[in-house]
Design a protein around this ligand. Structure first.
Ligand code: FEO
Ligand code: CA
Ligand code: CA
Ligand code: CA
Length: 676
């Protein structure tokens, strides 16, 4: 192949307009191929998906709500080949469900139970991770291989090992593992990370809500346990989807009930919630390998795990914890990265070396554009003082700090952020970007802004508590001091603010970045730099931004934007005048170095009705872009689907056709590099 160097890179497509159509819209000169969809078979002999609620066997089908994805290259001979753009393994997370479309007439007794076993089994198995082989039949005519021996489903029941400093903790003992170093399954897998040795890091995000704890459980727990359970939100009396109400003793259903019931932790699932909330490493090339939960990276609502790899430096992993008011974390390995490990055949053993021994930090963003990484290390974390409700939380050891990462970060005084979602690193400069998808008036009130989360506005168009505060979100970025992964200080600025450019074409306190209708967006979530092996990325890689609802869905479906973002410190100091929802009061917020420009930002794609755009990767040659279309039609029901995508992508579909999450492959009709 010919190496094309572009310096400086320039966006080379015509921006896509707002769209409320039930199709994925791409720029002129580009085409869309629908790839793996909800329910597609992953093994020989599995029936084609009927998509009428009668299908079973999701342990051998593509799961629901496809989220983060990555293309791991395969050679023609079927072995790992990082440079391959013609054949690969697509690894995709399956975060959650649109249960209304999974059963003939929607779910039965979903709020309180009893749930039918067959419905619950289907819902459980539709979560997790899929591995499917993708093949270019020539000139980017992509299809997937339904009977590939590499295809795999990892579900909430797949055996896994627990590694790192918390492995073996008494707080990880369950009826499945009396030694606290094994478990089964992964759930609510959201964003991802890719190691430097060709493994996939899947992140467990909103796992807490799946668990049930009966009222009787409260009296059986210590005050400190209750404090931790409340901090993580393990407070539901039914659990999402009420799976534990199935009339069965099978662990598949009963492990979602964390109520203390037996004589010891090994007799029940009291600590089962502690087995979730981790980053999990998967070797996609070895379908028989048990994934490993990496406890050194902490336990939270893990969104993503961008991994920074540089020869001779430690491995860094940057991780958002996605809830309003949560924190940004960084893990730094003890070992410096040895390039020889990149090609090792026992990839999970390399993971043991770099991901089980290191230091976890949480970020504090100072008002002056500097920041600090605070170590979550036993002996350096103060105990949490008592509150009116709970006793003092005394950290017992490093395992306790890692299992209760949020409590430890609270104790250190980390900076609460406006919902930290994906992380991504500029492969050329090492700068780290973080989406802050949005916040509301209670978590980001007028008198509660700070330099890193500086915006609060009240918009008369919006209603509801989530619709003002910082409803459109922003993107922050940082540069480690000395460009060192191990740095404990950094510089930061705000790169971009979301806004509705129709309502606010010129209000510098709301549309801070000067967006227009060709690039306005709300609630940034997915974030990805074109690969550094992409020829187009050698000089100035394109940053891709995906959105998840927010305050713009009255004008357009969710979208993907392409950007040439510049660098930390481009913009100089900025001041906002904030106002409340009545416009009656105002407060100054000053923040560091915002690059308040939209000159190099263009909308590349708009998705179908009621979808989120999430999950993105390119082939190494930059000529195919894979994008995830998640939960189209999520607010419809079985009798009246509100989207018929992807069947509608061709222009029409019957009104009864149910929507399906799916991956699309986007190619340029002239075979060129995507976006340029
Ligand atoms: Fe699963 Fe925070 O998005
Ligand atoms: Ca997300
Ligand atoms: Ca989101
Ligand atoms: Ca979603």
């Amino acid at each position: 192949t010919t190496t094309i160097r572009v310096s400086p890179a320039a966006l080379g497509f015509t921006a896509v307009a707002h769209s409320l159509e039930d199709i994925a819209v791409v720029p002129a000169g580009y085409s869309v191929t629908v790839m793996t969809r909800l329910g597609d078979p992953l093994a020989a002999g599995v029936s084609a998906y009927a998509n009428d609620g009668t299908d079973g066997n999701f342990a051998q089908r593509i799961g629901d709500h496809g989220d983060a994805l990555h293309f791991f290259g395969l050679s023609a001979a079927g072995s790992r080949d990082d440079s391959s753009s013609a054949r690969g393994l697509m690894v995709q997370n399956h975060e959650n469900l649109s249960t209304q479309y999974l059963h003939p007439n929607g779910p039965t007794n979903v709020s309180t139970g009893p749930r039918p076993a067959d419905e619950a089994k289907k819902e459980i198995e539709a979560h997790g991770v899929s591995v499917s082989e993708y093949l270019d039949g020539g000139d980017r005519t992509w299809s997937y291989v339904a009977d590939s021996s590499f295809n795999r489903r990892i579900t909430p029941m797949t055996p896994m090992t627990i590694r790192g400093p918390a492995a073996g903790s008494a707080m990880l003992v369950t009826a499945y593992s009396s030694t606290g170093d094994a478990g089964r399954g992964t759930i609510n897998n959201c964003a991802n990370g890719i190691s430097g040795w060709a493994t996939n890091l899947t992140c467990e995000e909103n796992w807490a809500g799946y668990f049930r704890r009966d009222a009787a459980d409260d009296a059986l727990r210590t005050g400190s346990e209750l404090r931790a359970l409340a901090r993580y939100g393990v407070t539901s009396r039914t659990g999402n989807y009420a799976w534990s109400t199935v009339a069965s003793t099978d662990a598949m259903y009963q492990k979602w009930n964390a109520t203390i019931s037996g004589a010891s932790a090994a007799d029940d699932y009291r600590y089962e919630p502690n087995q979730y909330g981790w980053v999990v490493e998967i070797d996609p090339y070895n379908p028989a390998s048990a994934p490993r939960k990496r406890t050194a990276l902490g336990r939270c609502g893990h969104e993503g795990a961008f991994t920074r790899i540089a020869e001779g430096q430690p491995v860094g992993v940057y991780m958002g914890d996605d809830s309003r008011g949560e924190y940004l974390y960084k893990y730094v390995s003890n070992a410096a990265f040895d390039a020889a490990d990149a090609d090792a055949s026992d990839r999970l053993a390399v993971g043991d070396k770099y991901l089980d021994n290191g230091t976890l930090y949480v970020a504090r963003f100072n008002e002056d554009g500097t920041g600090e990484w605070l170590p979550l290390t036993f002996g350096q974390v103060p105990n949490l003082p008592a509150t009116g409700t709970y006793p003092e939380y005394v950290f017992a050891d490093q395992a306790d700090i890692l299992i209760n990462t949020r409590l430890a970060a609270d104790a250190l005084g980390a900076t609460p952020m406006d919902r930290p979602e994906w992380t991504a690193g500029n492969p050329v400069t090492g700068e780290i970007y973080l989406t802050l998808t949005n916040s509301n008036a209670s978590k980001r009130p007028l008198n509660g802004t700070d330099a890193a989360n500086p915006r609060h506005y009240g918009d008369p168009k919006l209603s509801g508590s989530t619709s003002y505060g910082n409803p459109n979100g922003h993107i922050i970025r940082l540069r480690e001091d000395g460009d060192s992964t191990a740095a404990t200080t950094f510089a930061w600025d705000i790169y971009l603010f979301g806004a509705d450019a129709t309502d606010y074409p010129a209000d510098a306190n709301v549309n801070v970045s000067g967006l227009t209708t060709s690039n306005d967006f709300s609630s940034p979530d997915g974030l990805y730099f074109s690969r550094d092996t992409n020829p187009a990325g050698e000089i100035n890689p394109v940053l891709w931004i995906e959105t998840d609802d927010g305050a713009l869905t009255d004008r357009t479906n969710c979208m993907l934007l392409a950007a040439l973002p510049g660098h930390v410190g481009d913009g100089g100091a900025k001041t906002l005048t904030n106002r409340d929802s009545n416009g009656a009061t105002a407060q100054q917020a000053t923040f560091a170095g915002a690059a308040a420009t939209a000159a190099s930002l263009r909308r590349f794609l708009v998705g179908p009705v009621q979808c989120e755009i999430t999950g993105i990767d390119m082939t190494p040659d930059g000529r195919t872009l894979f994008v995830g279309i998640q939960h189209p039609g999520e607010r419809g029901n079985a009798a009246a689907p509100t989207s018929h995508w992807p069947d509608s992508q061709g222009g029409s579909a019957a009104a009864t056709v149910r929507p399906r999450s799916a991956i699309i492959a986007i190619t340029k009709d002239d075979g060129g590099i995507i976006g340029l």
